[in-house]
Design a protein around this ligand. Sequence first.
Ligand code: NAD
Length: 487
Amino acid sequence: MERFQHYIDGAFEDGAATFESLDPATGVAWAVMPLADAADIDRAVMAAHRAFHAPQWAGLTATQRGKLLYQLADLVQAAAPRLAALETRDTGKIIRETSAQIAYVAEYYRYYAGLADKIEGAHLPIDKPDMEVWLRREPVGVVAAIVPWNSQLFLSAVKLGPALAVGCTVVLKASEDGPAPLLEFARLVDQAGFPAGVVNILTGGPEAGQALTRHPKVAHIAFTGGPDTARHIVRASAENLARTSLELGGKSPFFVFEDADLDSAANAQVSGIFAATGQSCVAGSRLLVQASVKDAFLARLKAKAEAARIGAPDRMETEIGPLCTARQRDRIGALIAQSLAAGARLVTGGQSVEGAGFYFPPTILDCTDAPDAPCLQQEFFGPVLSVVTFETEDQALALANGTEFGLASGVFTRDLTRAHRMIRGLRAGIVWVNTYRAVSPIAPFGGHGLSGHGREGGMAAALDYTTVKTVWLRTADDPIPDPFVMR
Ligand code: NAD
């Protein structure tokens, strides 16, 4: 079995304990992972805290930090085949997707490398003639980054890139499900030449997560995961009043209007819910289709769902790989059963695939006669699409905005004015019109409500890891006048 280690204070080491990671395609253990306890976490945070103040990091110019990030991006690109293969092996995400996504990972590091020396303060035209006042943008301190299993390299790049660009240091906790790619990535951080303690990478479950989020030296918690965990994290952040940015789940609506290009919409819907086996926060998991085209659109979708090639995730021709864990497969099965009991109708799929591995086929549930089915409100995080119909735009918007989530949305229509009305009316952090699941380091990403707050990607994310220092400098030579009044 392969063995992986933690990366703390510039050194590779075993964890307090170990656990075996299962290959989701077979259900068989393939690697031994370190498991962090509270003491491991404390050493990592203290290393990050020392590094934050050390001249080897704090004394670098922004351009020098950018160069380290460029170096990291190049190393990620060079190691892409190994990183993609490890992510596929440890999480079951198909190799087609991990290979494509790793290119984005390098691009995110490159984007923030370029941004490092373009983050400017400001000079204020202050209303006092003998004063110069300006704002400095300074790094907030130690960042605790916590990611879920589904895209660990990508979801950590969107945190590490901006945090390191502005001068923060980081303790990154990989998910205990599928941590191999991030523990391997630690080698690249080491090779890139970041000073010891600037980036620390560990894995562990809720115990390690709690130790990290409660730690008094953590200034910002950047979290991606589920809303229940987010509630724990926000409570933990109350200990030291750390800032939080939360990227959580969704129940994102995908609209198909009767004037849409149905073939294009069907491909986008497949990419939105069946790609990555539905383990995507932006999964377009609620199809809202205008009643007049429901049958035509569902026929296309059903054909595509049933034709999708289910198989070993490391084969390029595979389109649907296993889910990451048996727990996830069983949860999906239970939620489908509850939804069928509430009146949903099974269009296709619905049963986990027999045999080894944690496979679940593309599934479509028609909820036209089951408006209260749990599948319309709860996130599956799997390849399950719930369908409802609408007659009017107002009805469609009311349905779309009728959940506590607000992450992504997709609108398929050829009517430009309608598209604009939908863009205005949707309560979502992202609206894709006539496309779906497009990302770029330049574009912010995030949600409302139970989908979280804060944005990743773009300049806004970098500023999120800074604090503003207001500097007042008196230019007059005469003594300060009346010292008993505010100036
Ligand atoms: P999760 O919330 O169970 O776990 C996420 C991470 O939190 C893991 O590393 C886990 O070990 C850690 N954790 C667990 N308990 C903790 C605690 N008490 N304190 C601190 N950390 C703790 O999520 P998951 O099931 O691994 O991932 C699926 C969820 O992630 C879905 O809801 C999905 O929508 C969401 N997600 C969101 C985005 C986004 O960008 N909005 C992206 C991907 C996934």
